[in-house]
Design a protein around this ligand. Structure first.
Ligand SMILES: Cc1cc2nc3c(=O)[nH]c(=O)nc-3n(C[C@H](O)[C@H](O)[C@H](O)COP(=O)(O)O)c2cc1C
Ligand SMILES: CCCCCCC(=O)C(=O)O
Length: 354
């Protein structure tokens, strides 16, 4: 594998069309998916030269754990559609990469088993649990306790999904059920009853305050795009935010996350870490995101492509490729320390005097 784009083509060629479309697709006419990718291409890096070697590292402190590189695995559902080893393979690969895995609430594997697999490889590897807050608070609380007991060190609450996005590919393919034998084993309640994931359009900031009172785990809000919501998130004592348009799978027509990042970083004023996802496919994309004010990035689909093509090793290859490409881009930009990765790395026509 030379690049993640090449890997994507390999994965798409292997997957049954119905699953390939679920993984790669998005909402509506997929404008936001294209925007996420295009916006990175529109940003230019402006290198300096003859500045000596990069003498720093990329260790990144996030709530509930430290990563060797600022690149983590976004929550993605149904890993067993990509590979029979599913989330266990992903967890092992992410742990070997000294990274962090966010377990989807719609994982095909129990969070307890995912944490165990990750921690067998690396006892310090952080795992976060993603949650859609359920209308039944007792059940939500059960999910929180389940994550705590499994050893998760963060709760990622996805807030961009009051309703499910309209995914035309899935509608066309009739994808509305998992194959026989696959399920979402975290969705079993305290009475042993299997529950469906419910999207909850009545959620508001009071639900975040409620959750804050229920757990001492860090809360990370995923799906924030507006500077005013960053301010509200900080006021509601969340420990980090994932700037995300859900990989273009919810609101089609939402802007690319990287375009919004400067305004969001301005609103955050370094009070909480901003993690950005959406369209990150190259080390240069990671560098651009860090330069524009993010603490870390998360990748969704590339992890699925690695898993599809080569299971655990495939996911490891994805993480290693991004990590190495980030280091290469950093050196080519003449950065000596992490502090050199800032907005001066970003070229715009109006500042040719440097
Ligand atoms: C197949 C698939 C499943 C996803 N499942 C979830 C999920 O269960 N929960 C969630 O919050 N986000 C989910 N997402 C969104 C990702 O967490 C992330 O925001 C997005 O994939 C980032 O964009 P990228 O795929 O371009 O990296 C999913 C994305 C994909 C592609
Ligand atoms: C009813 C199961 C929904 C799983 C949601 C996964 C997700 O967020 C996605 O983007 O797909």
């Amino acid at each position: 594998m030379i690049s993640l784009n090449e890997l994507e083509n390999m994965a798409l060629a292997r997957l049954p069309k119905i699953f390939a479309d679920y993984f790669i697709g998005g909402a509506g006419t997929e404008t936001t998916i294209r925007e996420n990718l295009r916006s990175f291409e529109d940003i230019r890096l402006w290198p300096r030269v003859l500045r000596g070697s990069f003498q720093d590292n990329f260790n990144t402190q996030l709530p509930g754990g430290t990563l060797e590189f600022p690149i983590l695995a976004a929550p993605t559902a149904f890993h067993k559609l990509a590979h029979h080893d599913g989330e266990l393979a992903t967890a092992r690969a992410i742990a070997q990469s000294n990274s962090l895995m966010i377990v989807s609430m719609a994982a095909n594997t129990r969070t307890e088993d995912i944490c165990k697999a990750a921690k067998e490889v690396n006892p310090h590897t952080p795992v976060w649990q993603q949650l859609y807050l359920q209308p039944d608070r007792q059940f939500t609380l059960h999910l929180v306790h389940q994550a705590e007991q499994a050893g998760c060190s963060g709760l990622v609450v996805t807030v961009d999904s009051p309703v499910f996005g309209i995914r035309e590919r899935d509608l066309r393919n009739g994808f509305n059920d998992l194959p026989k034998g696959l399920g979402c084993p975290n969705m079993i309640d305290e009475h042993g009853m299997t529950r469906e994931i419910e999207f909850n359009e009545s959620l508001d900031w009071q639900d975040i305050s409620w959750l804050r009172r229920q757990t001492s785990l860090p809360i990370i809000l995923k799906g924030i795009l507006h500077p005013k919501d960053i301010v509200l998130a900080i006021e509601h004592e969340v420990q980090a935010v994932i700037v995300s348009n859900h990989g273009g799978r919810q609101l089609d027509g939402a802007p690319a996350t990287i375009e919004l990042l400067p305004a969001l970083a301005d609103a955050a004023q370094n009070r909480i870490p901003l993690i950005v996802d959406g369209g990150i496919r190259h080390g240069t994309d990671v560098l651009k995101t860090l330069a524009l004010g993010a603490s870390a990035v998360a990748v969704g689909r590339p992890v699925i492509w690695g898993l599809t093509v080569n299971g655990e090793q495939g996911v490891k290859d994805v993480m290693q490729t991004l990590q190495q490409e980030l280091l290469t881009a950093t050196k080519l930009c003449g950065c000596r320390t992490r502090k050199d990765i800032n907005q001066h790395l970003i070229y715009s026509n109006s500042q040719t005097k440097g």
